[in-house]
Design a protein around this ligand. Sequence first.
Ligand SMILES: Cc1cc2nc3c(=O)[nH]c(=O)nc-3n(C[C@H](O)[C@H](O)[C@H](O)COP(=O)(O)OP(=O)(O)OC[C@H]3O[C@@H](n4cnc5c(N)ncnc54)[C@H](O)[C@@H]3O)c2cc1C
Ligand code: FES
Length: 260
Amino acid sequence: MKQEMMTIISQIKIAPKIFELILKGKLVKEMKTPGQFLHIKVPQADLLLRRPISLASIDQKKETCTVIYRVEGVGTESLSLLKKNDFLDVMGPLGNGFDTAFVKPNDRVFIIGGGIGVPPLYQLSKELKQRQAKVVHLLGFAKKEVIFYEEEFRALGETYYSTDDGSYGILGHAGNLLVKARKVGEPSAVYACGSNGLLKMVEQNFSTHPHAYLSLEARMACGMGACYACVCHLQKDETGTKSKKICDEGPVFPTGEVIL
Ligand SMILES: Cc1cc2nc3c(=O)[nH]c(=O)nc-3n(C[C@H](O)[C@H](O)[C@H](O)COP(=O)(O)OP(=O)(O)OC[C@H]3O[C@@H](n4cnc5c(N)ncnc54)[C@H](O)[C@@H]3O)c2cc1C
Ligand code: FES
């Protein structure tokens, strides 16, 4: 994990309140695993804590990486005001990403995402495609207008959508898409990132699957395992005292391991 003042190559609004930010710098060489995140120092003096944002895409040749974020509060609002050629204080990459080493050509793999949990799944999908897996994307959003990267996901594999208001794809959440996809065939691997509700649904469906992974979120402070701001408790722990830190022992955990 290192730190750098990275250069902003571009920042564009890709949907209401959702921004795509491309950064350039030597730090990109360290970015190897989809699902890892950056800890970003928002350029506003009173905001001391860094903001964790997932890597959405990595381009080693161009020495660039992309993050996609939604404006939630003061930090992301301030980030959204930055322009091309501005500098950004970035620490990372942090956390353990998604394991793809076991995936073989023609494996049928489910990628399940919801809302602003979708960005890290894009780099993951690109890497699974390189491994010649058959990737099925099951993506849930609130409504049609907040969907982003549709063409990009469709270029990598089968892609199905659900929306809470039925304005695109099927009505409801990504769990409804999962029922349909499982009828076609069971997956060799499952990867999910999104709301707690979405992760619980995936946990229930694949709690004993040997290769099902969930990427968790938490409010973070240090991002490096020092402050214990981001702990989650473990399943199969009768004492209820054992925990793992989402920042450095996660954010990706296999199903059956942590309590959601
Ligand atoms: C490992 C990890 C990866 C993430 N990746 C992305 C990403 O790729 N794109 C993206 O848009 N967001 C991502 N997030 C969430 C992002 O970090 C928060 O939205 C951001 O820190 C909010 O900062 P803010 O200053 O704008 O909001 P604040 O002013 O600090 O808070 C505004 C509101 O957002 C809520 N909030 C803040 N942080 C979180 C959080 N971590 N989880 C849930 N709610 C939160 C607060 O409770 C509050 O209601 C990720 C979080 C984690 C832990
Ligand atoms: S944020 Fe400090 S230990 Fe995880």
